[in-house]
Design a protein around this ligand. Structure first.
Ligand SMILES: Nc1ncnc2c1ncn2[C@@H]1O[C@H](COP(=O)(O)OP(=O)(O)OP(=O)(O)O)[C@@H](O)[C@H]1O
Length: 510
């Protein structure tokens, strides 16, 4: 009878229990008692357990190989990122792609009996349950990522600084030494709180910025709601107009989160202070006073990329602008990864962290989560204690291993590239199940040769589809589940540059 299992197998893999039930018409796979209906998720989990040699393809007793061949051949090939070198059996799968897609869908509609579920359930702490399963990044993010939590819209505490109007604390400008090649070799000096910094006049349009807290209050009209630019997990951002007319962005940390945010704040200051690149938002100064933490940055006037993709600025980005934005972001990240004094991993690359200038050029902002890390060339990884980032953009390998490398930014960039082309957010929960994970939806379209359907419907132009195909395939390459399969950010920039040339040619031949 339907629903009656023929046999069940379960195994302990590290802290997870992975099992399957075989029915007459197919299998259902479980991890820690949870049935994995989602095929890509299931295949990623299987790929992980196979790569870690916990499960075997050809054990003869268990049928993991058969399950993988039946449901995962196509997904392994493109999405699961099976470690081909480590798992030789995995190669066989790649050579035998199968087109079966119906069985699992049928399986996923069935319900297990309570006994069957109980049989496979493992009593382990929920945290390790989540973290051990590759591909369950959305779940993880909902738990650990502050960005995924609902943002609190609280009244702005206007009086907060009013009592400090006699404070002598100043926003310290940074010492940015002149360098002929601004993009590559800027020497950096990290501000040593609370000392003062002098700015090289040639390098800084606002000259020697030496702001007091009073001046910040004045510049923001005591943090007037009318000057509020936005709010992030870290704090509120205001537009500030200095005495000389210079416009700046003033980022004020939320007081109530001050304790927990301190590390992130100081990491932002340190990192921003070290960098100078035309596609990275520049830090102009900061202050620490009592329970206030304020950063002053370059003001970028044209909103976020996400707002533009949502059409909130009454202007739809054309394809060329999208391509240029992608190139700017790739260059900014390359700078962080390769040319900054130390390798810097942004860790929160996403469309709402890309600010646009009047000319629709991109500047990457929000280094609140950034960390200095090992360079890719050194082949080392940094072990994070906490996974940070934003749901949908998070590198699944980082999530699984806590090992942070610049390739985590490459993954997020791949997701961002699809977002730029499609205007869809990485996760769109209101869509039908097969369209919710944008990278997966886009890949299915790409795989079926329907790249036009991936493009933002608001784009009116007839874009050369070869160019779109190249961009998409680069995006999928970046978003490969394992970092070994992702290109370096520098290579991504180079490829985008080639794509730009192709795009130019396509316009000329039309
Ligand atoms: N330098 C800037 N120039 C102009 N507007 C800015 C600037 N920095 C931030 N903003 C605006 O303020 C908003 C909040 O920025 P912030 O970086 O604090 O948060 P976020 O990136 O949106 O969210 P999260 O902190 O959760 O990642 C941005 O969405 C943007 O609209």
């Amino acid at each position: 009878a339907v629903g009656e299992s023929v046999r069940g197998v379960s195994r302990i893999c590290s802290s997870d229990r992975v099992g399957y039930l075989r029915f007459q018409d197919g299998y259902r796979v479980f991890v820690n008692g949870q049935q994995i209906d989602d095929r890509v998720l299931m295949c990623e989990a299987l790929a992980f357990f196979l790569a870690s040699k916990c499960l075997e393809f050809d054990s003869g007793v268990e049928e993991w190989g058969e399950i993988a061949r039946k449901y995962c051949a196509r997904n392994f090939k493109y999405i699961a990122g099976l470690d081909h070198d480590a798992v030789s059996a995995g190669r066989k799968l790649l050579l035998q792609p199968q087109k079966d897609s119906s069985n699992l869908d049928r399986l996923s509609r069935k319900q297990l009996s309570k006994e069957e579920v109980k049989d496979l359930r493992l009593k382990i702490p929920p945290k390790s349950k989540f973290l051990a399963l590759p591909g369950m990044f959305l779940l993880c993010c909902a738990v650990i990522c502050p960005c995924f939590r609902a943002k609190r819209k609280e009244p702005i505490e206007q009086k907060a600084l009013a009592n400090e109007t006699n404070s002598s604390d100043s926003v310290t400008p940074l010492d940015v030494s002149a360098s002929p090649d601004k993009n590559l070799t800027t020497p950096h000096k990290v501000p040593q709180s609370p000392s003062r910094f002098s700015l090289s006049p040639q390098q800084n349009r606002i000259g020697s910025l030496q702001l007091t807290v009073n001046q910040i209050i004045k510049a923001t009209q005591n943090f007037s709601p009318s000057l509020k630019l936005g709010e992030g997990g870290f704090g509120t951002v205001y537009k500030g107009i200095l005495g000389d007319g210079q416009i700046v962005a003033v980022k004020r940390a939320k007081k109530e989160h001050f304790g927990t945010l301190r590390d992130e704040f100081s990491s932002e200051v340190e990192l921003l202070a070290k960098i100078e690149h035309r596609s990275l938002v520049r830090l102009l100064g900061y202050t620490e006073k009592g329970n206030e933490r304020i950063i002053v940055t370059e003001y970028v006037p044209n909103g976020t990329l996400r707002e533009h993709l949502d059409g909130l600025h009454g202007h739809i980005l054309d394809f060329n602008q999208r391509l240029e934005i992608a190139i700017d972001v790739a260059h900014a990240l390359t700078y962080l990864h390769v040319y900054a004094e130390k390798t810097i991993i942004h860790r929160d690359v996403k469309a709402s962290n890309i600010l646009l200038t009047e000319n629709f050029r991109a500047k990457v902002s929000d280094f609140g989560f950034a960390r200095t890390g090992p360079s890719e060339a050194a082949g080392q990884t940094h072990i994070s204690t906490k996974v940070k980032g934003t749901a949908g953009y998070l590198d699944p390998e980082y999530l699984r291993t806590y090992q942070l490398t610049p390739k985590s930014d490459v993954f997020s960039f791949g997701i961002l590239l699809i977002e730029i082309l499609s205007a869809r957010r990485p996760v769109e929960m209101k869509r039908s199940v097969d369209e919710r994970i944008t990278v997966r939806w886009a890949f299915n379209k790409f795989d079926a040769g329907n790249v036009r359907e991936v493009l933002d419907p608001k784009l009116q132009e007839d874009v050369n589809l070869e160019v779109v195909t190249k961009m998409l395939s680069l995006a999928f390459h970046c978003a490969a589940p394992t970092r070994a399969k992702r290109p370096l950010m520098k290579e991504v920039g180079e490829q985008l540059w080639e794509i730009r040339k192709d795009f130019g040619k396509s316009l000329r031949t039309e």
